[in-house]
Design a protein around this ligand. Structure first.
Ligand code: FPP
Ligand code: MG
Length: 321
Protein backbone atom coordinates (compact mmCIF):
# COMPACT_ATOMS: atom_id res chain seq x y z
CA UNK A 1 0.00 0.00 0.00
CA UNK A 2 1.42 3.44 -0.90
CA UNK A 3 1.26 6.21 1.68
CA UNK A 4 -1.64 8.12 0.00
CA UNK A 5 -3.63 4.84 -0.27
CA UNK A 6 -3.03 4.16 3.43
CA UNK A 7 -4.62 7.49 4.26
CA UNK A 8 -7.61 6.96 1.89
CA UNK A 9 -10.21 6.00 4.56
CA UNK A 10 -9.40 9.16 6.54
CA UNK A 11 -8.40 11.60 3.77
CA UNK A 12 -11.24 14.06 4.49
CA UNK A 13 -10.58 14.08 8.25
CA UNK A 14 -6.83 14.49 7.71
CA UNK A 15 -7.57 17.60 5.63
CA UNK A 16 -9.64 18.91 8.56
CA UNK A 17 -6.69 18.29 10.90
CA UNK A 18 -4.41 20.31 8.60
CA UNK A 19 -7.02 23.09 8.42
CA UNK A 20 -7.31 23.08 12.22
CA UNK A 21 -3.55 23.46 12.57
CA UNK A 22 -3.41 26.24 9.98
CA UNK A 23 -6.03 28.16 11.95
CA UNK A 24 -3.68 28.21 14.92
CA UNK A 25 -1.20 30.37 12.97
CA UNK A 26 -3.81 33.15 12.73
CA UNK A 27 -2.92 35.10 15.87
CA UNK A 28 -3.01 38.80 16.74
CA UNK A 29 0.76 38.92 17.24
CA UNK A 30 2.71 39.09 13.94
CA UNK A 31 6.04 37.72 15.30
CA UNK A 32 4.31 34.69 16.76
CA UNK A 33 2.22 34.29 13.60
CA UNK A 34 5.37 34.20 11.46
CA UNK A 35 6.99 31.51 13.61
CA UNK A 36 3.80 29.44 13.74
CA UNK A 37 3.56 29.66 9.93
CA UNK A 38 7.16 28.42 9.74
CA UNK A 39 6.63 25.32 11.87
CA UNK A 40 3.12 24.48 10.72
CA UNK A 41 3.83 24.69 6.99
CA UNK A 42 6.53 21.98 7.29
CA UNK A 43 4.27 19.05 6.58
CA UNK A 44 5.63 15.83 8.10
CA UNK A 45 4.42 12.30 7.53
CA UNK A 46 1.29 12.85 9.68
CA UNK A 47 1.55 9.34 11.09
CA UNK A 48 0.30 10.32 14.56
CA UNK A 49 -2.92 12.06 13.47
CA UNK A 50 -3.51 9.27 10.93
CA UNK A 51 -3.16 6.67 13.71
CA UNK A 52 -5.67 8.51 15.89
CA UNK A 53 -8.19 8.83 13.04
CA UNK A 54 -7.78 5.21 11.91
CA UNK A 55 -8.07 3.87 15.47
CA UNK A 56 -11.45 5.60 15.78
CA UNK A 57 -12.75 4.02 12.57
CA UNK A 58 -13.88 0.73 14.11
CA UNK A 59 -17.05 2.15 15.71
CA UNK A 60 -19.44 4.89 14.63
CA UNK A 61 -18.63 8.11 16.51
CA UNK A 62 -18.45 11.90 16.33
CA UNK A 63 -15.40 12.30 14.08
CA UNK A 64 -15.15 16.04 14.93
CA UNK A 65 -13.85 15.11 18.38
CA UNK A 66 -11.41 12.65 16.86
CA UNK A 67 -10.15 15.31 14.40
CA UNK A 68 -9.53 17.60 17.40
CA UNK A 69 -7.58 14.87 19.21
CA UNK A 70 -5.64 13.99 16.05
CA UNK A 71 -4.68 17.68 15.71
CA UNK A 72 -3.60 17.66 19.39
CA UNK A 73 -1.35 14.65 18.72
CA UNK A 74 0.28 16.29 15.68
CA UNK A 75 0.74 19.58 17.50
CA UNK A 76 2.25 17.90 20.55
CA UNK A 77 4.65 16.15 18.18
CA UNK A 78 5.54 19.52 16.59
CA UNK A 79 6.12 21.04 20.06
CA UNK A 80 8.48 18.19 20.99
CA UNK A 81 10.45 18.70 17.76
CA UNK A 82 10.89 22.43 18.40
CA UNK A 83 12.18 21.62 21.88
CA UNK A 84 14.24 18.65 20.69
CA UNK A 85 15.98 20.69 17.97
CA UNK A 86 16.86 23.29 20.59
CA UNK A 87 18.22 20.67 23.00
CA UNK A 88 20.08 18.90 20.15
CA UNK A 89 21.26 22.20 18.59
CA UNK A 90 20.09 20.86 15.20
CA UNK A 91 20.34 23.29 12.29
CA UNK A 92 17.80 21.62 10.02
CA UNK A 93 14.35 20.06 10.39
CA UNK A 94 12.60 18.62 7.35
CA UNK A 95 15.17 20.45 5.23
CA UNK A 96 14.33 23.88 6.70
CA UNK A 97 16.27 25.90 9.27
CA UNK A 98 15.11 25.10 12.82
CA UNK A 99 13.31 27.62 15.05
CA UNK A 100 16.23 28.00 17.47
CA UNK A 101 18.69 28.60 14.60
CA UNK A 102 16.44 31.33 13.14
CA UNK A 103 15.19 33.04 16.31
CA UNK A 104 17.43 31.79 19.16
CA UNK A 105 17.03 29.27 22.00
CA UNK A 106 14.85 31.34 24.34
CA UNK A 107 12.31 32.04 21.60
CA UNK A 108 12.31 28.38 20.54
CA UNK A 109 11.61 27.20 24.09
CA UNK A 110 8.73 29.63 24.41
CA UNK A 111 7.34 28.75 20.99
CA UNK A 112 7.52 25.04 21.91
CA UNK A 113 5.65 25.85 25.16
CA UNK A 114 3.03 27.77 23.19
CA UNK A 115 2.51 24.82 20.83
CA UNK A 116 2.40 22.42 23.78
CA UNK A 117 -0.24 24.52 25.57
CA UNK A 118 -2.24 24.72 22.34
CA UNK A 119 -2.15 20.96 21.92
CA UNK A 120 -3.31 20.55 25.54
CA UNK A 121 -6.15 22.96 24.81
CA UNK A 122 -7.21 20.90 21.79
CA UNK A 123 -7.11 17.72 23.85
CA UNK A 124 -9.19 19.14 26.71
CA UNK A 125 -11.78 20.40 24.23
CA UNK A 126 -12.64 16.78 23.42
CA UNK A 127 -14.20 16.77 26.91
CA UNK A 128 -12.92 13.22 27.44
CA UNK A 129 -11.20 12.97 30.81
CA UNK A 130 -9.39 9.72 29.95
CA UNK A 131 -7.88 11.43 26.90
CA UNK A 132 -6.79 14.39 29.04
CA UNK A 133 -5.18 12.06 31.57
CA UNK A 134 -3.52 10.08 28.79
CA UNK A 135 -2.21 13.29 27.23
CA UNK A 136 -0.69 14.54 30.52
CA UNK A 137 0.86 11.16 31.24
CA UNK A 138 2.31 11.04 27.71
CA UNK A 139 3.96 14.46 28.09
CA UNK A 140 5.57 13.32 31.35
CA UNK A 141 6.78 10.15 29.62
CA UNK A 142 8.17 12.09 26.63
CA UNK A 143 10.13 14.34 28.99
CA UNK A 144 11.52 11.29 30.82
CA UNK A 145 12.62 9.87 27.45
CA UNK A 146 14.32 13.08 26.38
CA UNK A 147 16.02 13.47 29.80
CA UNK A 148 17.15 9.86 29.57
CA UNK A 149 18.69 10.65 26.16
CA UNK A 150 20.57 13.61 27.62
CA UNK A 151 21.87 11.69 30.61
CA UNK A 152 22.97 8.70 28.53
CA UNK A 153 24.73 10.77 25.84
CA UNK A 154 28.23 9.51 24.98
CA UNK A 155 27.67 6.45 27.23
CA UNK A 156 29.13 3.46 25.40
CA UNK A 157 28.17 1.12 28.26
CA UNK A 158 24.43 1.51 27.75
CA UNK A 159 22.58 -1.68 26.90
CA UNK A 160 19.93 -2.57 24.35
CA UNK A 161 17.36 -2.65 27.20
CA UNK A 162 18.33 0.88 28.20
CA UNK A 163 17.91 2.01 24.56
CA UNK A 164 14.52 0.31 24.23
CA UNK A 165 13.24 1.92 27.43
CA UNK A 166 14.37 5.31 26.10
CA UNK A 167 12.63 5.01 22.72
CA UNK A 168 9.55 3.55 24.39
CA UNK A 169 9.30 6.82 26.29
CA UNK A 170 10.37 9.37 23.71
CA UNK A 171 8.53 7.91 20.68
CA UNK A 172 6.29 4.90 21.35
CA UNK A 173 4.37 6.74 24.09
CA UNK A 174 3.06 9.33 21.60
CA UNK A 175 2.17 6.67 19.00
CA UNK A 176 0.29 4.78 21.73
CA UNK A 177 -1.47 7.96 22.82
CA UNK A 178 -2.64 8.51 19.25
CA UNK A 179 -4.16 5.05 18.84
CA UNK A 180 -5.53 4.77 22.39
CA UNK A 181 -7.21 8.19 22.27
CA UNK A 182 -8.80 7.39 18.88
CA UNK A 183 -10.16 4.15 20.32
CA UNK A 184 -11.42 5.89 23.48
CA UNK A 185 -13.22 8.59 21.51
CA UNK A 186 -14.98 5.94 19.42
CA UNK A 187 -16.19 4.22 22.62
CA UNK A 188 -14.46 1.01 21.61
CA UNK A 189 -14.68 -1.94 24.05
CA UNK A 190 -11.80 -2.03 26.53
CA UNK A 191 -10.14 -5.03 24.84
CA UNK A 192 -9.95 -3.08 21.55
CA UNK A 193 -8.65 0.05 23.32
CA UNK A 194 -5.88 -2.10 24.78
CA UNK A 195 -5.11 -3.79 21.44
CA UNK A 196 -4.92 -0.42 19.66
CA UNK A 197 -2.73 1.04 22.42
CA UNK A 198 -0.33 -1.91 22.12
CA UNK A 199 -0.42 -1.60 18.31
CA UNK A 200 0.66 2.07 18.57
CA UNK A 201 3.31 1.21 21.14
CA UNK A 202 4.93 -1.51 19.03
CA UNK A 203 4.67 0.51 15.83
CA UNK A 204 6.32 3.44 17.63
CA UNK A 205 9.25 1.25 18.68
CA UNK A 206 9.69 -0.04 15.10
CA UNK A 207 9.41 3.53 13.78
CA UNK A 208 12.15 4.89 16.08
CA UNK A 209 14.51 1.98 15.35
CA UNK A 210 14.10 2.62 11.61
CA UNK A 211 14.60 6.35 12.26
CA UNK A 212 17.85 5.53 14.05
CA UNK A 213 18.93 3.20 11.22
CA UNK A 214 18.21 5.90 8.62
CA UNK A 215 20.49 8.24 10.52
CA UNK A 216 23.30 5.91 9.40
CA UNK A 217 21.95 4.89 6.01
CA UNK A 218 19.96 7.77 4.55
CA UNK A 219 21.15 10.71 2.49
CA UNK A 220 21.22 14.26 3.86
CA UNK A 221 18.74 15.22 1.13
CA UNK A 222 16.22 12.56 2.20
CA UNK A 223 16.71 13.03 5.93
CA UNK A 224 16.78 16.83 5.97
CA UNK A 225 19.71 16.55 8.41
CA UNK A 226 23.32 15.32 8.24
CA UNK A 227 24.08 11.57 8.15
CA UNK A 228 25.55 10.32 11.44
CA UNK A 229 23.97 13.23 13.30
CA UNK A 230 22.88 11.11 16.28
CA UNK A 231 26.36 9.82 17.03
CA UNK A 232 27.83 13.28 16.47
CA UNK A 233 25.53 14.50 19.21
CA UNK A 234 26.50 11.57 21.42
CA UNK A 235 23.22 9.67 21.00
CA UNK A 236 24.14 6.00 20.90
CA UNK A 237 21.37 4.14 19.06
CA UNK A 238 20.65 0.49 18.24
CA UNK A 239 23.11 -0.08 15.33
CA UNK A 240 26.01 1.23 17.47
CA UNK A 241 24.82 -0.66 20.58
CA UNK A 242 24.66 -3.89 18.56
CA UNK A 243 28.21 -3.35 17.32
CA UNK A 244 29.41 -2.71 20.90
CA UNK A 245 27.55 -5.88 22.01
CA UNK A 246 28.88 -8.11 19.21
CA UNK A 247 32.43 -6.80 19.00
CA UNK A 248 33.48 -5.42 22.39
CA UNK A 249 37.07 -5.00 21.20
CA UNK A 250 36.08 -2.74 18.27
CA UNK A 251 36.95 0.83 19.23
CA UNK A 252 35.19 2.80 16.46
CA UNK A 253 32.05 3.74 18.43
CA UNK A 254 34.08 4.49 21.55
CA UNK A 255 36.35 6.85 19.60
CA UNK A 256 33.31 8.53 18.04
CA UNK A 257 32.00 9.24 21.54
CA UNK A 258 35.21 10.04 23.35
CA UNK A 259 37.46 11.65 20.71
CA UNK A 260 39.93 13.12 19.94
CA UNK A 261 38.76 14.44 16.54
CA UNK A 262 35.20 13.22 17.00
CA UNK A 263 34.03 14.38 13.56
CA UNK A 264 36.48 12.11 11.73
CA UNK A 265 35.79 9.30 14.23
CA UNK A 266 32.02 9.61 13.62
CA UNK A 267 32.55 9.38 9.84
CA UNK A 268 34.62 6.23 10.42
CA UNK A 269 31.99 4.78 12.77
CA UNK A 270 29.23 5.40 10.20
CA UNK A 271 31.26 3.46 7.59
CA UNK A 272 32.05 0.68 10.06
CA UNK A 273 28.41 0.30 11.13
CA UNK A 274 27.23 0.33 7.50
CA UNK A 275 29.54 -2.56 6.61
CA UNK A 276 29.23 -4.51 9.88
CA UNK A 277 25.87 -6.24 9.35
CA UNK A 278 24.43 -4.33 12.32
CA UNK A 279 22.02 -2.41 10.11
CA UNK A 280 20.44 -5.70 9.04
CA UNK A 281 20.33 -6.84 12.68
CA UNK A 282 18.70 -3.59 13.74
CA UNK A 283 16.12 -4.02 10.97
CA UNK A 284 15.41 -7.52 12.31
CA UNK A 285 14.70 -6.03 15.76
CA UNK A 286 12.39 -3.42 14.15
CA UNK A 287 10.64 -6.19 12.20
CA UNK A 288 10.02 -8.05 15.48
CA UNK A 289 8.16 -5.03 16.88
CA UNK A 290 6.32 -4.53 13.58
CA UNK A 291 5.15 -8.16 13.76
CA UNK A 292 4.00 -7.60 17.35
CA UNK A 293 2.00 -4.59 16.12
CA UNK A 294 0.45 -6.66 13.32
CA UNK A 295 -0.52 -9.39 15.80
CA UNK A 296 -2.67 -6.84 17.68
CA UNK A 297 -4.75 -6.24 14.55
CA UNK A 298 -6.22 -9.74 14.94
CA UNK A 299 -8.33 -8.30 17.79
CA UNK A 300 -9.99 -5.91 15.34
CA UNK A 301 -12.52 -6.57 12.58
CA UNK A 302 -11.33 -6.65 8.95
CA UNK A 303 -12.07 -3.26 7.44
CA UNK A 304 -10.42 -0.53 5.33
CA UNK A 305 -9.11 1.00 8.60
CA UNK A 306 -7.52 -2.29 9.60
CA UNK A 307 -5.93 -2.60 6.13
CA UNK A 308 -4.55 0.94 6.50
CA UNK A 309 -3.03 0.18 9.90
CA UNK A 310 -1.41 -2.88 8.30
CA UNK A 311 -0.18 -0.65 5.46
CA UNK A 312 1.30 1.78 7.98
CA UNK A 313 3.37 -1.03 9.50
CA UNK A 314 4.82 -1.87 6.05
CA UNK A 315 5.42 1.81 5.35
CA UNK A 316 7.28 2.33 8.64
CA UNK A 317 9.64 -0.55 7.81
CA UNK A 318 10.27 0.45 4.20
CA UNK A 319 10.47 4.24 4.43
CA UNK A 320 13.65 6.07 3.44
CA UNK A 321 12.96 9.39 5.16
C1 FPP B 1 12.92 13.48 18.39
O1 FPP B 1 13.73 12.35 18.46
C2 FPP B 1 12.36 13.81 19.75
C3 FPP B 1 11.40 13.14 20.40
C4 FPP B 1 10.80 11.94 19.81
C5 FPP B 1 10.87 13.52 21.75
C6 FPP B 1 11.34 14.84 22.28
C7 FPP B 1 10.62 15.20 23.54
C8 FPP B 1 10.81 16.36 24.19
C9 FPP B 1 11.78 17.40 23.75
C10 FPP B 1 9.97 16.69 25.41
C11 FPP B 1 9.06 17.81 24.98
C12 FPP B 1 8.19 18.30 25.99
C13 FPP B 1 7.16 19.19 25.78
C14 FPP B 1 6.48 19.73 26.95
C15 FPP B 1 6.71 19.64 24.46
P1 FPP B 1 15.10 12.27 17.66
O2 FPP B 1 16.05 13.29 18.21
O3 FPP B 1 15.53 10.85 17.67
O4 FPP B 1 14.63 12.62 16.20
P2 FPP B 1 15.32 13.60 15.18
O5 FPP B 1 16.54 12.88 14.72
O6 FPP B 1 14.29 13.77 14.09
O7 FPP B 1 15.64 14.87 15.90
MG1 MG C 1 16.69 15.18 17.59
Amino acid sequence: MSSPAIYDPIAAELDLVIERLRELARVDFPWLGQMLEHVLRQRGKQIRPALCLLAARFHPCDMRQVVTMAAAAELLHTATLVHDDTVDKSALRRGDPTVHSLWGDSTAILLGDYLFANSADLCTSTGNLRCVHLFAYTVMTLCKGELNELFSAFDVKQTREHYLQRIERKTASLFAMATESGALLSNAPEAEVEALRRFGHHLGLAFQIVDDILDYMGTEEDLGKPVGNDLLQGTVTLPAILLLEREPSDTTVRRACEGPDREAAVREAVERIRSSGMIEEAYAVARGFADAALAELKHLPSSPAQASLRGLVDYVLSRSR
